[in-house]
Design a protein around this ligand. Structure first.
Ligand code: BES
Ligand code: MN
Ligand code: ZN
Length: 498
């Protein structure tokens, strides 16, 4: 993102910063021990003089180390060798980035040895350190015109040393493409709603054709002809024309595709059921589901995944105006089911109703996964530690949970069984768009979407609590997270490319 990631051998650098590893209980790795010897034991003494124990997440810095040619050494805690995995390697890569930029460093080299007992190869460790550094160096500063020189990131190149540099490079290549997908998703989510609106977001998605994806965009008239009354009802209060974008990556021969559908409300005022002013600016990221689908398609096309994937995003702006839909309006969805719009702020499910129906009808996907910042209630239930998962298929749910755990994007499954169907029954239409009261709000949303999936194996990810982060983490700087890109890329790789 802002740093060039390179791979080289384990020759120690003559300038810049050197990063070496220590294991739990202050055990130095091979390179750290060699450095300590050159420093006549000063590294081990520095460790003893501090609270550094080698636990994961810890770093110790030594400036101008005696006996060394480089200007700084950072010892990174790796924890216990048996527990050291790809995510921990990524966290070191990301953690180092923040420190080096803060220190004004321009060049650095990571020289982590793989400890005995660790399940990763040297190439895997190096590739994931590089990947973590890439993800962690993300910044969104397009609109900051007055950044002082001392606040600007300084690090230009991070070299990751490895006995098998060629192997590390080979493993890192597809991860780099996933990082580009995460970056695209974060950019789309972070852009304000006067810059990213349905037509401009569709234009960004169109750029995926450069990577060999096929992109189609349907406007208002095409959607009207298809009968997408639910999506168009949300859009009707806005000056901005709604768009339905269909992205296809055909890397899997003749198999049926796997489909991803995203909620893309480029700004959610609530409509006539208007939201309170406090915090309403957050609703620029109500298109995160769509942003993740676009980023995921970028990742799959970029790394030429051996899968047939379809990404469909419904892009609308939810505004109050003289033309906006009213609470109580009844709209007819493309499926033919009629919907009583009790609350115009429950708009995401209306957009998805048509997007999901269209996707299953046209593409007959093997599975369909939708992503949406659908409910505030999921934040109340799960905070930002897990996204909500709803599914009509246990195998699909398990596969998604496993993929999420592996990449550090965790899911928690909630029920969508038929005992919740009554909550959204309407007196005058087939269904209404909110539950009876405030109970089980996220489930009511999922149950509503399920009415439009037509029995396809389906999962719904409510990402309202995880799409945006208020604090920096090593591989996820605060702001748009891109949550879901890595998870679904992993899911595709595990389930469709093996
Ligand atoms: N986009 C919101 C959900 C949301 C809220 C996302 C806060 C992120 C942070 C969604 O369109 C919405 O307004 N949902 C309503 C549904 C309710 C009216 C049934 C909600 O959660 O309050
Ligand atoms: Mn809303
Ligand atoms: Zn919304």
């Amino acid at each position: 993102m802002t740093v060039t990631i390179a791979f080289g051998d384990m020759t120690l650098p003559r300038t810049g910063t050197l990063i070496v590893g220590a294991l739990a209980d202050r055990a130095l790795t091979k390179t750290a021990a060699a450095v300590d010897k050159r420093m006549q034991g000063a590294l081990a003494r520095a460790i003893r003089a501090s609270r550094f124990t080698g636990a994961e997440g810890q770093f110790l810095e030594v400036l101008e180390p005696q006996g060394m040619q480089c200007s700084r050494i950072i010892v990174a805690g790796m924890g216990k060798p048996e527990a050291f995995d790809a995510l921990k390697a990524e966290a070191i890569g990301g953690g180092v980035i923040g420190r080096l930029n803060g220190a004004g460093e321009t060049a650095a080299m990571v020289a982590l040895d793989v400890p005995a007992g660790c399940k990763l190869t040297a190439a895997q460790v190096a590739a994931h350190v590089g990947y973590g550094a890439d993800l962690g160096s993300y910044r969104f500063d397009r609109y900051r015109t007055k950044v002082k020189p001392e606040q600007k990131p300084t690090l230009e190149t991070l070299t990751v040393g490895c006995e098998d540099a060629a192997g590390a490079r080979r493993l890192h290549a597809p991860l780099g493409e996933v990082a580009r997908g995460v970056e695209l998703s974060r950019n789309l989510v972070s852009e304000p709603a006067n810059v990213i609106y349905p037509v401009s977001m569709a234009a960004e998605a169109r750029k995926l054709s450069r990577l060999g994806a096929k992109v189609e965009v349907l406007g208002r008239e095409r959607m009207r002809k298809l009968g997408m009354g639910a999506l168009l009802g949300v859009a009707q209060g806005s000056e901005r024309e709604p768009q339905l974008v269909i992205m296809r990556w055909q890397g899997g021969g003749r198999r049926r595709p796997i489909a991803f559908v995203g909620k893309g409300v480029t700004f959610d005022t609530g409509g006539i059921s208007i939201k309170p002013a406090a915090g309403m600016e957050d609703m620029k990221w109500d298109m995160a589901g769509a942003g993740v689908v676009v980023g995921l398609m970028r990742a799959l096309a970029g790394r030429k995944a051996k899968v047939n994937a379809v990404g469909v995003v419904g892009l609308v702006e939810n505004m109050p105006s003289a033309t906006a839909q009213r609470p109580g309006d009844v709209v007819t969805s493309m499926s033919g089911q009629t919907i009583e719009v009790i609350n115009t702020d429950a708009e995401g499910r209306l957009v998805l109703a048509d997007a999901v129906w269209y996707t299953q009808k046209r593409f007959k996907p093997e599975v369909m996964i939708d992503l949406a910042t659908l409910t505030g209630a999921i934040i109340v239930a799960l905070g930002s530690q897990h996204a909500g998962l709803f599914a009509n298929d246990d195998g699909l749910a398990e596969g998604l949970i496993a993929a999420g755990t592996a990449v550090g994007e965790r899911l928690w499954r909630l029920p969508v069984d038929d005992s919740y169907a009554d909550d959204i029954r309407s007196d005058i239409a087939d269904v209404k768009n909110v539950g009876a009261n405030r109970s089980a709000g996220s489930i009511a949303g999922a149950k509503f979407i399920e009415l439009f999936v037509n029995k396809v194996p389906w999962a719904h990810l409510d990402i309202a609590g995880v799409a945006w982060s208020k604090k920096d983490k090593p591989t996820v700087p605060k702001g748009g997270t891109g949550f879901g890109v890595r998870l679904l890329d992993r899911f595709v790789a595990e389930r469709y490319e093996r």
